[in-house]
Write a protein that binds this ligand. Structure first.
Ligand SMILES: Nc1ncnc2c1ncn2[C@@H]1O[C@H](COP(=O)(O)OP(=O)(O)OP(=O)(O)O)[C@@H](O)[C@H]1O
Ligand SMILES: [Mg+2]
Length: 403
């Protein structure tokens, strides 16, 4: 049987047998109530079973109960939320016959968990409960319960704790970022040194060594730029220059320059929806080139044979420009798929040509989002992957539609 039920039963049976006459009881009640109404905190007197005998207005206000409701054969335990029932029940039991001067403070939320109390409407609030013997003259006469609403303290503490967690996560994240970034930056330096050394010692043809140095130096430059961009994005300091740009031209030019560096025998097919060749969208030109480089660059990197198709379409009534990049490679590995757009998420095919840092798609997604657009990836049913980038034609229309 729960302590609550036991109280109620005992109380129900025994309360009728109290020795006081009804006029004495009434007098006592009035005296206590007069005293309570001068006390500026919610207070109630309980009998030994935990029934509420008297309480002040602040008490009923705190619980959102009308006086009558509180008075009606109510146990203090009825005002305690389920989670704190056991804790409060034990204290009520312990203080039942406690020494006259002892005060038990339960649930000071600065150094312990608050007690959760229950309002009349069923909502809970954190509180500190002070229980003390109620003395009349020299006689102990039940217990006084004083409630301190801990809501403001509790919220302040929770906020502080959350801030601490956030700060710790941020710190941890920064450390991780610095560790990975410096490791990644070191990776192309070794081969640059190696090529230079081999060439100076005559162990490698000069032109071959220069080509190696050039490739690795470009990689290093790309990496340094990516890392700088990531840190700017994370600190909210990446700024964009939004202008009306001919996006299809940016796309074609960017892909042309990717093609010149491509050492693979795969074809790249661009198809632009008829009549939309000159479409202008409000975007940052160099950031758009970066997005296309990353997505088409990945398609080239992860495709050994076949074709890469790039299609663009305009949905004027939806204020939308769409780029679809589809390849015939191995497709995106299932194990990284759910976290594809996260920082440093990379998976290569175990060779030097597919190596990367895993910043490309993170940057791409951030840039597309800053343009109020979206990017999604999927694996094709036959072979390869498809990335779809959606961008608003006018950012203005997008923000007004979103409001
Ligand atoms: N077209 C694609 N086909 C198959 N896998 C892909 C494709 N595009 C991306 N991926 C997978 O997603 C991962 C993350 O791509 P992302 O561009 O962010 O990093 P990365 O290419 O490895 O390195 P970085 O772009 O920084 O040089 C890749 O490592 C790869 O495993
Ligand atoms: Mg990439």
């Amino acid at each position: 049987m729960t302590s609550l039920k036991r109280y109620r039963q005992k109380g129900g049976n025994n309360r009728r047998k109290t020795a006081l006459s009804s006029s004495q009881r009434l007098h006592q009640k009035e005296t206590t109530l007069a005293l309570f109404d001068q006390i500026p905190v919610p207070i109630a007197r309980l009998d030994i079973y935990g029934f509420i005998l008297e309480h002040n207005k602040l008490f009923s206000l705190l619980f959102g109960l009308s006086s009558n409701n509180v008075m009606k054969n109510l146990l203090f335990a009825d005002l305690v939320a389920t989670d704190s029932q056991k804790r409060v029940g034990e204290i009520l039991e312990q203080t039942k016959n406690g020494s006259p001067n002892s005060t038990t403070i339960l649930g000071h939320c600065i150094d312990s968990d608050p007690v959760w109390l229950k309002r009349g409407d069923g909502s809970n609030f954190p509180a500190r409960v002070n229980i003390r013997s109620f003395i009349e003259g020299t006689k102990r006469n039940g217990r006084a319960v004083v409630i301190i609403d801990e809501t403001p303290n509790y919220e302040a503490i929770r906020r502080k704790e959350q801030e601490k967690v956030d700060l710790k996560n941020k710190d941890q994240f920064k450390n991780e970022f610095v560790t990975i970034a410096s490791h990644e930056l070191r990776t192309p330096i070794q081969p640059i040194l190696g090529f230079a050394l081999l060439a100076t010692q005559g162990l490698m043809p000069q032109d071959q060594a220069w080509e190696g140095v050039l490739t690795e130096a470009r990689r290093l430059q790309q990496l340094a730029n990516d890392i700088l961009d990531v840190s700017r994005i994370d600190s909210g300091q990446l700024s964009y220059e939004f202008k009306n740009i001919r996006i299809n031209e940016v796309l074609v030019n960017t892909i042309e320059s990717l093609k010149t560096d491509m050492k693979k025998n795969i074809s790249i097919v661009i198809s632009i929806q008829e009549g939309t060749e000159g479409i202008e969208i409000e975007a940052d030109k160099s950031r758009m080139a970066q997005v296309i480089t990353n997505v088409v660059g990945n398609a080239i990197k992860f495709t050994e044979k076949g074709v890469i198709r790039i299609e663009t379409q305009v949905f004027k009534d939806q204020n939308r420009f769409e780029v679809r990049v589809s390849d015939t490679g191995r497709g995106i590995s299932a194990d990284i798929f759910p976290r594809l757009f996260e920082k440093f998420m990379t998976k290569n095919h175990g060779d030097a040509t597919t190596q990367g840092t895993g910043l490309g798609l993170y940057l791409t997604k951030s840039i597309v989002s800053a343009h109020l657009g979206n990017i999604v990836a999927s694996n094709n049913s036959d072979a390869g992957a498809t990335f779809v980038i959606e961008l608003p034609i006018s950012r203005q229309r997008e923000t007004t539609a979103g409001n």
